[in-house]
Design a protein around this ligand. Structure first.
Ligand SMILES: [Zn+2]
Length: 441
């Protein structure tokens, strides 16, 4: 597999020595600061209040003088100046496409993109993804996704069709029809959230459809960290019989991270975005290799660029050149969790993805789980709800699997959980971001 040819979108830029890349980023950053200062009342206010005129940034070491942007500020701006807020740099007349964030935690944010962003910048970003994944005109992409305000696969699919792939639209269909359609139309690539792709694989098994034996050779997974969690990736790859690629982005900051065919972490498109890794509590920079919050600045976007945007995603940087030849930094293990999802229990910081990884080491359980976090001081244990992989499992095997999981969590996360086995298929399956944590009040 590793002997395959590496495709680049812009080889000179992707293999640029890092000092030169930093110069490129500095130039872009200075232009972007001048642009937002001139066009965005929100950023003009913020930069002026911080005493940072756009030309004050002389090196990337000056970055810390620039104030952060957080999602709540975007919400407040849109409440005060409906419908678009005052953080954008274009008028609605200049926009060709609008989206809305999924809004799982609070009011959704509305985003509009100009012709240049939609047709050129999105295209360039997704062209990096396409070349990273090694997709060509010979590929047939199935997109199981509905026409709506959620950005999800919009940019990906339009860039893929422009690049010459055949795109099969899979909106407005149930999972069974989607499975039949992807096989009937000869799909070689399918995209989706990790949870939904696992659900499709489970549905296929129930219907007697042999996905591993199908022509589907690649799956692209986005929307949740799962695709970069080794155990989830393994489950996706074995159940689909396909190579799995991570795709990271959000409605607000656009899509910025993709995995290459060497699978050595998730690359950030550093020609178009400036990435920092910071301590989520203090906001100070962390050395490479430490887990911290990813902070991003759009260097190319002209419509609603975000400056030092706190993604709340927890990542670990690796700036060593990848085996694919790219010098773009890699997020080791992709997104490792959400700074917001992290919860403290019994004095320990816990990320749901840690438990997910352990769970996937147990064949007796399905891929679904829920964490029930008891009220502080209740004396109750953290509860992990799981379900058996299938109905015929003997009680003794289930009991042994529960014991293994309890011990593994106790040993590796330092908390003794209670494992509750639910009925097969009873835990919620969702197309969007899986809601895994239930907090008892
Ligand atoms: Zn690479």
């Amino acid at each position: 597999m590793t002997s395959r040819e590496v495709f680049y979108w812009d080889e000179r830029m992707e293999r640029m020595p890092r000092p030169e890349l930093a110069q490129h980023q500095l130039r872009k950053l200075r232009d972007q600061l001048a642009h937002v200062h001139a066009r965005s009342p929100f950023y003009r206010r913020k930069l002026d209040a911080a005493g940072v005129p756009p030309d004050a940034i002389r090196s990337l070491d000056d970055l810390s003088a620039i104030p952060f942007t957080v999602k709540d500020e975007l919400r407040v701006s849109q409440e005060q100046y409906p419908p678009w807020g005052d953080f954008g740099c274009i008028t609605p007349r200049e926009a060709v496409r609008v989206f809305q964030s999924s809004g799982t935690t609070g009011r959704p944010v509305r985003i509009m993109w100009s012709r240049k962003d939609w047709h050129e910048n999105f295209y360039e970003q997704f062209s990096h993804f396409r070349c990273g994944y090694g997709l060509t005109e010979d590929d047939v992409l199935y997109v199981p996704f509905n026409y709506g305000l959620f950005v999800a696969w919009w940019g990906f699919q339009s860039a893929m069709e422009r690049a010459g792939l055949m795109v099969i639209p899979g909106g407005g269909q149930g999972s069974k029809d989607r499975l039949r359609a992807m096989l009937d139309w000869g799909a070689t690539v399918v995209c989706g959230t990790p949870s939904y792709l696992l659900y499709l694989a489970e549905t296929a098994r129930k219907l007697g459809i042999d996905l591993p034996g199908s022509p589907i050779a690649k799956i692209v997974a986005a929307g949740e960290p799962g695709a970069a969690v080794p155990s989830t990736k393994k489950a996706l790859e074995s159940q689909w019989g396909a190579e799995c690629f991570d795709d990271i982005g959000s409605t607000e900051i656009t899509n910025f991270g993709y995995e290459c065919i060497r699978h050595q972490g998730t690359h950030v498109i550093e020609s178009m975005l400036l990435a920092e890794v910071l301590d989520p509590e203090t906001g100070r920079p962390l050395p490479d290799g430490e887990i911290g919050e990813l902070v991003l600045t759009n260097l190319c976007c002209e419509s609603m660029p975000l400056i030092r945007y706190r993604t709340r995603d927890l990542v670990r940087f690796n700036r060593a050149a990848c085996e694919c030849g790219r010098t773009f930094l890699r997020l080791e293990g992709g997104v490792l969790g959400r700074a917001d999802d992290m919860f403290q229990f019994a004095g320990v910081n816990i990320f749901p993805t840690q438990i997910q990884s352990l769970l996937h080491e147990v064949d007796e359980f399905s891929q679904e789980y829920q964490l029930v976090v008891p009220r502080m001081g209740s004396g109750e244990r953290l509860k992990i709800r799981v379900e058996p992989a299938h109905e015929q499992l003997p009680q003794t095997r289930l009991a042994a699997a529960c014991e293994f999981l309890t011990e593994a969590v106790k040993y590796r996360i330092m908390v003794t959980p209670e494992v509750e086995v639910c009925d097969v298929g009873s835990l919620p399956r969702v197309e969007g971001k899986a809601k895994r944590i239930i907090r008892l009040q």
